[in-house]
Design a protein around this ligand. Structure first.
Ligand code: HEM
Length: 185
């Protein structure tokens, strides 16, 4: 996992919890990196899972909620760090439909060794879409939060129905997205 993501996570913990919390969760984890992440570096995703677990223990917020919260935060950060992949789209559906073939393809060119998940979609009707997330990493909660952050960014209201399918490792999740109101209505 890219250092960029770790840096964003640590900045979020520092701002929304405290600098002491950052030190505590790093100390309590077994990290090859020792918690020193550079944006362009690549680190085991297990380090993120350890940091989130330690934050969960200390904050008494369950891990899925923390990952989802981080996903929402991360999307808003992407709008600042990489607006070029976001602002040209008119709606959440527009962006989600090109996530796999455009956005994450560009991300892999930009960040060496980036390991992005696979997203597939099926239009169910004009305002309903099945969005399928598959990854070797168990980050469906983070994906869920990223989708919510995306919906918020475009000023839409959407119901998100989620089904986690059984997998040995990683994740395979179906999201049924139903736009209730968009920015134009
Ligand atoms: C709603 C839109 C998006 C969703 C649902 C999404 C989903 C994800 C997820 C779940 C991951 C974690 C890796 C995994 O699960 O295997 C990821 C990684 C990543 N995504 Fe996206 N993403 C979105 C938009 C973007 C945008 C706009 C950017 C623009 C820069 C971006 C850049 C990245 C980067 C840099 C990584 C890290 C790759 C790595 O650590 O190796 N994503 N994305």
């Amino acid at each position: 996992m890219k250092g960029l993501i770790f840096r964003e996570f640590i900045d979020m913990v520092e701002t929304q919890f405290s600098a002491q919390m950052v030190d505590d969760i790093i100390q309590a984890s077994t990290l090859e990196s020792e918690g020193a992440y550079t944006t362009v570096g690549t680190y085991p995703h297990d380090e993120m899972l350890q940091l989130v677990e330690q934050l969960s223990i200390r904050s008494e917020i369950p891990i899925p909620g923390l990952l989802r919260h981080f996903g929402r935060h991360l999307f808003h950060r992407f709008t600042v760090i990489h607006p070029e992949y976001i602002t040209s789209h008119a709606s959440a559906f527009d962006l989600l439909k090109v996530l796999d073939d455009e956005v994450h393809v560009e991300v892999r060119k930009l960040y060496q060794d980036a390991e992005v998940p696979t997203f597939d979609y099926q239009d169910l009707s004009e305002n309903r879409m099945l969005f399928i997330y598959q990854s070797s990493r168990p980050l469906a909660d983070c994906a869920h939060g990223l989708i919510e952050g995306c919906v918020e960014y475009f000023g839409e209201t959407m119901s998100i129905e989620r089904t986690d399918l059984p997998v040995d490792t990683g994740a395979h999740t179906h999201f049924i997205l139903h736009t209730i109101s968009d920015a134009k209505s």
